[in-house]
Each structure stands twice: as structure tokens, then as C-alpha cells.
Design a protein around this ligand. Structure first.
Ligand code: DLL
Length: 436
């Protein structure tokens, strides 16, 4: 086993010990938000709950959910538990509609976050000796600064390159001998393509591991990025409302899934329609309670992310529960003529098809009463110059494979190499023009 731990005593703690810590922390945080945050107190009172009702972890289910809408209604700082004089940093995530969601951190929160990000980096195989190329965007987005503080805490060397300016990134990667790449998976692919254009062989780089997250990516995308960059690619999960990156992390020895740092973030899986808590192993919406944060601890926050939790012990020795790769968000899920479609399913087909690149856009429109879905996909340079007949065969094959997986027919349009806008952060895959 090659794994090293950042905090072995907690990461490998047998579950009864872990659960006892979780319960103590849960009771404390519920009492605190009840006392200090009016919207929490009101919702709990409406549900007939006081902090004294929480006597076991199962009682978590008694508490009302927190929704993104609650944060919007109390924009910008209305759900902070402390005075602004104690808040040393804010971040914000841009929603697709309306105002951003604002989150705040005390000094202790920043320390905790750095510690958890360091834990995540070690879990993904980084060490103090690494040259960490941090291509997550710096700014209101939590990716850049969150990962930065963690890498510094670990004692690695951080290159705070942020997103964009791709050619310069590659020059830096070559010259500084970057060993660990932190970026969104779509940007990693963008870097790989640019590298190929610059005639740089990935084998000649010092890059060893890629720690990719902030957007859903399929297993087939993992294979593709690993091949193109000649690295091991691992998944990191997080969201601003909970802390940022460093909520869950895949380990190198993993038999699959990301370890949730559940000594600080208590996860549940619920039925997104009824809100009922689902048993271990069932797929549903991920919900988090932040147990130890000071400024902005969310209680039962509905992430909208769809996945599964599983409690089997991991080969790496960590006892922390694992979450599957996120297959999509419940609000990303497209309903095309009544069929549920996740962009990740389409990605899976495209990555498995020779002759096309995994750069794609899904455009949904409505013609009369019917939904129409078009998948635009780039052909690779080599195929682009080929005969029309071959391109047509390829188009038909993709149409067939998508129909096979989704059960809905879509229009596939092959587009020129490099004609789909490259992402520098989170990729925008879906354009929904239905206005419904
Ligand atoms: O994306 C935090 C982050 C930064 C995570 C860097 C990992 C690396 P937000 O901008 O608030 O925070 O977006 C959170 O992104 O609810 C998921 O839908 C999605 N997401 C984040 N990580 C993953 C992942 C950051 N590994 C939202 N797989 C979440 C799939 C992810 N989706």
C-alpha cells in the first residue's frame, strides 16, 4: 500500500468512534445556528424542533432542509452565525439565475479548510516534494484559493497560475517541472490539446497526478485525460456552500469513490422528490451538514448532486464513507420527451468513439410541442480531411449509440476541429433554449 495519511487517527477511525464525534459536533452546531441565525430558528420552530430533540444521528432527519433559495432570500450575509468583524474572507458562486450565493469564513474556518485540502491532496497522492500547478480560477470561485492554502499547508510548492492563458501555462509546466495538476477535467483536456499543438510530448513532462473536480466527468473522460497527459487522474469534490474543494476526495488505492471528510461534513442521500432519507447504497440527492464551521455552517444543505454513498472499507484503510462519482445534478438533468438525460451519458458515448474529440455541446430546443436535442461534436483532425462517406458513417454510429443508451433520438452534428469554445474553468455543456 502506497497511501500516506494526513490525519491517520481520524481518517482510519472505526465507525463507532467517528459517529460519536459526529453526534457531539452535530448537537453543538444545531444549538448554535438555532441561537444565532433567525432563518434557521424560524424553520426549526415551524417544524416543531428544538436542539434538544437531537439525541442521535438518526435525529438529523427531523431537521428542515436548507435550500439554495434560503441563501438567496438572506443574501448576502443573512445566514452567517458570527458578526462580520469575525469574518476574514468571503467567496461566492455564480448561480445560473439571479444573485450569487455568498459564503463566509472566520480565521478558524480558513485553517480548517486548508487542513482538509491538505488532507485531500495527500489522499490523492501529493507530497511535500510536489510542484503543484494550480489552474483552478483564483477569485470569488473557491477552487483557486481553497486548493492554494491546502497545498501550502501540506508544504508543497504552489504555482498559483489560475485559469486561462493556456500556452503560458504549458510553458510554465515544462520549465517549472510541475508534478501535480489541479484543474477542472475539461480544462485539463484543453491543456492536453494545446500541448499536442505545441508539439510537446506529455511523457517529457514531470506531471504525475491530476486532481480534477468542480464539474461532473465520466470514467471514460478519466481514461482519456490519463492517456493524453500520461498521468493518474483523481477526482475531488466540494461546493462553496459546504466549504469549497476538499469535501470529498478519491484515494490512489481506491476501489472506487471519493472519501467524504465526514468528521466535518455529515452526508445523507435523500429521494429528491419526497425528501425521504434513503438507505446506504441507494442513489439520490446528496445532502450535507457542516459540523465544525464557524461563520457559515449549513444544516442539511441540498446539493442537487446525484450520487450514492457506500460504507464498505476501502483498500487504503480509510474508514470514511465513499461517494460515487457525481453523475449529474438534479437540475442539470434534461427531460427530453419525458426521458431523463444526463450530459454524462452522452459524454460516455463520445469518449468511447474513435474519430471524435470529447468536446461537445448539447442544444435543446422546442419545435411545436416536441423537444429536439442536438449534440454538436468535434471530429478529430485526422478524420476531418476524410471522405464525406466516412464522416456520415461516424455521425450515424454516434446517433445510434446515443439512442441505444438514452432511448431518445437526437440529431448529431459533426463540427470542425477546435470550433467548440474551450473551457478555462467549468465547461458549459448544455444550452437549453426551450424557455420552460
Ligand atoms: O466547484 C468547488 C470545487 C473547486 C470542487 C475545485 C472541486 C475542485 P462550486 O463552484 O460551489 O464549488 O460548485 C459546486 O460543482 O455542487 C457539483 O455540482 C459540482 N462539482 C464539484 N466537484 C465535482 C466533482 C466548487 N468532483 C458544484 N464531480 C457541486 C462532479 C462536481 N461535480
Amino acid at each position: 500500500m502506497t497511501t500516506q495519511y494526513w490525519q491517520e487517527e481520524i481518517e482510519t477511525l472505526p465507525r463507532p468512534g467517528l459517529e460519536s464525534i459526529q453526534l457531539t459536533r452535530l448537537r453543538k452546531v444545531v444549538e448554535r445556528v438555532f441561537r444565532t441565525v433567525e432563518p434557521y430558528r424560524r424553520k426549526m420552530k415551524e417544524a416543531g424542533i428544538t436542539p434538544e430533540h437531537i439525541t442521535s444521528l438518526d435525529d438529523l432527519a427531523l431537521l428542515p432542509f436548507t435550500l439554495k433559495d434560503d441563501l438567496r432570500q438572506n443574501y448576502p450575509f443573512g445566514m452567517f452565525t458570527v458578526d462580520m468583524s469575525e469574518v476574514v474572507r468571503v467567496h461566492a458562486s455564480s448561480g445560473t439565475t439571479g444573485k450569487p450565493t455568498v459564503v463566509g469564513y472566520t480565521r478558524a474556518d480558513i485553517e480548517l479548510w486548508a487542513d482538509l485540502m491538505a488532507r485531500a491532496l495527500v489522499c490523492g497522492g501529493a507530497t511535500t516534494g510536489d510542484m503543484v500547478h494550480n489552474a483552478y480560477g483564483y477569485g470569488l470561485f473557491t477552487g483557486g484559493l481553497g486548493a492554494h492554502y491546502g497545498a501550502e499547508k501540506l508544504g508543497a510548492t504552489v504555482i498559483p497560475v489560475s485559469g486561462g492563458n493556456t500556452k503560458r501555462q504549458i510553458t510554465i509546466m515544462v520549465d517549472f517541472r510541475s508534478t501535480v495538476l489541479l484543474s477542472t477535467p475539461s480544462y485539463a483536456l484543453n491543456l492536453a490539446d494545446a500541448m499536442a499543438e505545441m508539439g510537446i510530448d506529455p511523457e517529457s513532462l514531470a506531471l504525475r497526478v491530476g486532481i480534477f473536480g468542480a464539474e461532473p466527468w465520466s470514467e471514460s473522460m478519466r481514461t482519456e485525460v490519463e492517456r493524453k497527459l500520461s498521468i493518474k487522474a483523481v477526482d475531488i469534490y466540494g461546493l462553496s456552500e459546504v466549504i469549497g474543494p476538499g469535501v470529498a476526495m478519491e484515494c490512489l488505492d481506491s476501489s472506487g469513490g471519493m472519501h467524504v471528510f465526514e468528521d466535518h461534513f455529515l452526508p445523507e442521500i435523500i429521494d429528491p422528490v419526497t425528501g425521504a432519507v434513503l438507505p446506504p447504497g441507494e442513489k439520490g440527492e446528496l445532502v450535507f451538514t457542516a459540523l465544525t464551521k464557524e461563520a457559515f455552517p449549513v444544516i442539511r444543505y441540498r446539493t442537487k448532486d446525484i450520487c450514492r454513498l457506500f460504507y464498505e472499507t476501502c483498500r487504503c484503510g480509510r474508514t470514511l464513507v465513499r461517494m460515487d462519482k457525481v453523475t449529474g445534478r438534479s437540475d442539470d438533468m434534461l427531460i427530453i420527451r419525458g426521458v431523463n438525460v444526463f450530459p454524462s451519458q452522452i459524454e460516455h458515448v463520445l469518449v468511447g468513439t474513435d474519430g471524435v474529440e470529447p468536446h461537445y455541446r448539447i442544444i435543446v430546443e422546442r419545435e411545436g410541442a416536441l423537444d429536439k436535442m442536438t449534440v454538436e461534436v468535434e471530429v478529430s483532425d485526422s478524420l476531418f480531411s476524410d471522405e464525406i462517406k466516412e464522416l456520415e458513417q461516424l455521425r450515424r454510429r454516434i446517433t445510434h449509440d446515443i439512442k441505444d443508451i438514452l432511448g431518445v433520438t437526437c440529431r448529431v452534428q459533426l463540427v470542425n476541429p477546435r470550433s467548440i469554445t474551450r473551457s478555462e474553468g467549468k465547461a458549459q455543456r448544455v444550452i437549453d433554449r426551450r424557455h420552460i
